[in-house]
Design a protein around this ligand. Structure first.
Ligand code: ARG
Length: 461
């Protein structure tokens, strides 16, 4: 195949080199963005008098047709092409002759590819944001139904204090809400146009960068042409956002996996999101959650790969940068698929509240409340802490829980104990008395759910 860039060399590369050099397998997905960028470029070229209006119209019409033909399948993308930019341009030239060769005036593939990735990722970010919203919606709906369900809250994976299940779930909703804003911020920083930076130094043609930037929905254009074609910060930033989303999904997955084990039995996933074993008939495995946890490593790898690929590069464009799309698109696809499966998996899971409650009854998770009881009656907290510590230790030795001890037994530890201590350490009281803002108290959780519903409505509206 004749190379469009044959010039200094005759462009006679080995088939192996052609294949190695090609990025069509990864960048063909950006054909729409590539064509959109070219249309805006052609329109601008005619506005500033570099092309005639008629020339631009013909180029734009042909580009539009190419997009339609690729979309319909009438024009299959040639997987032997060097990249999507070369493919589109070569089809254009084939279809409208020499006029097609004018399109690349005052442009380089360096600014072209930088535009395409930004446009493409703008759309992908929106898709990921919608998936995040749907996941938050799923979490809030389960939380809403389990506002009163008491479970042990953990630190060090040891039973710590009673909480409600909704509160635990809403912690994840908060994480995904932050992820949503993080993607929004990254998207805003990415939304500047590199078009017109050309190879690196700008151009001698009287182009208008603001015109193309506006036509393509950018907030402005990159102000330094060398930076415009060298900058891949936005890829790193998006990959960081995606890595954080995966980290959150992975932590959630880990809990789902624990909760679905016989040891916890806090939830049961719908059959639609589980698998069986090929040998053990009793198995119901949380494969989706495990896969999400596993794929997290892959997205971190994409981030690390990109950071490492960029770290030694001199300005401006280097071919190393073609690797950016391998990692970025892989991470984009992975995070999307994980979010897509996670939301319905959470929405349909069955919560076994009675098991959670039973777990909350063991493990002395009301010990802090017992210490607070003494403190409120005048004992310094550190002393109360020690007193309750020895009560717990004696209970463990006797195979009892705090509720089992008689008032008489309590009085032996401190005269401050009275009959009302039992009410004070009931799990329900422990939860409902946690009234500080953002706490696990029933009213606080109800408010958190209400706020999330308002948030979701605003976002959907
Ligand atoms: N396929 C290339 C990439 O993705 C397009 C830019 C090529 N530029 C160049 N100077 N060879 O990076």
């Amino acid at each position: 195949m004749e190379k469009m860039w044959a010039g200094r060399t005759a462009g006679q590369t080995s088939a192996l080199a052609d294949d190695f050099n090609s990025s069509i397998h990864i960048d063909s997905c950006m054909y729409k963005e590539d064509i959109k960028g070219s249309m805006a470029h052609a329109a601008m070229l005619s506005q500033v008098g570099i092309l005639t209006g008629e020339e631009a119209d013909r180029i734009i019409a042909a580009l539009e047709q190419i997009a339609l033909d690729i979309e319909s399948g009438a024009l299959p993308i040639d997987m032997n092409a060097e990249d999507i930019h070369m493919f589109v341009e070569s089809v254009l030239t084939k279809r409208i002759g020499d006029l097609g060769k004018k399109l690349h005036t005052a442009r380089s593939r360096n600014d072209q590819v930088a535009v395409d990735i930004r446009l493409y990722m703008r759309g992908k970010c929106e898709e990921i944001q919608a998936l995040l919203l749907d996941l938050i919606d799923a979490i809030v709906s389960v939380a809403d139904a389990h506002q009163l369900d008491i479970m042990p809250g953990y630190t060090h994976l040891q039973r710590a204090q009673p909480i409600v299940f909704a509160h635990h779930l809403l912690a994840y909703a908060e994480m995904f809400r932050r992820d949503l804003t993080r993607v929004e911020d990254a998207k805003a920083r990415m939304n500047v146009s590199p078009l017109g930076a050309c190879a690196l130094a700008g151009t001698t043609y009287p182009i208008s960068r603001s015109m193309t930037s506006k036509a393509l929905g950018f907030d402005g254009y990159a102000t330094n042409s060398i930076d415009a074609v060298s900058d891949r910060d936005f890829c790193v930033e998006l990959l960081s956002c995606f890595s954080i989303i995966m980290m959150h999904l992975s932590r959630f997955s880990e809990e789902v996996i624990l909760w679905t084990s016989w040891e916890f039995a806090y939830v049961e996933l719908d059959d639609a999101y589980t698998t069986g074993s090929s040998i053990m008939p009793q198995k119901k495995n949380s494969d989706m959650a495990e896969l999400v946890r596993g794929k997290t490593g892959r997205v971190y790898g994409d981030l690390m790969g990109t950071l490492t690929m960029l770290k030694g590069l001199p300005l401006a464009y280097n071919k190393d940068m073609q690797e950016d799309k391998e990692s970025l698109f892989d991470a984009t696809e992975t995070v999307s698929r994980c979010l897509e499966i996670f939301a319905p998996m959470i929405r349909t899971m069955k919560v076994k509240s009675e098991n959670m409650y039973r777990a909350a009854q063991r493990g002395f998770i009301n010990a802090t409340d017992l210490a607070d009881y003494l403190t409120k009656r005048g004992m310094p907290f550190r002393t109360a802490y020690k007193t309750v510590g020895s009560i717990v230790s004696d209970c463990i030795a006797a195979g009892k829980v705090l509720e089992d001890l008689s008032l008489e037994a309590y009085k032996a530890y401190s005269e401050l104990f009275d009959q009302d201590l039992y009410e004070e350490i009931s799990l329900k009281t422990c939860v409902s008395k946690r009234i500080s803002e953002g706490a696990t108290g029933f009213a606080s959780v109800e408010k958190q759910i209400k706020d999330f519903k308002i948030f979701l409505n605003e976002k959907k509206g």
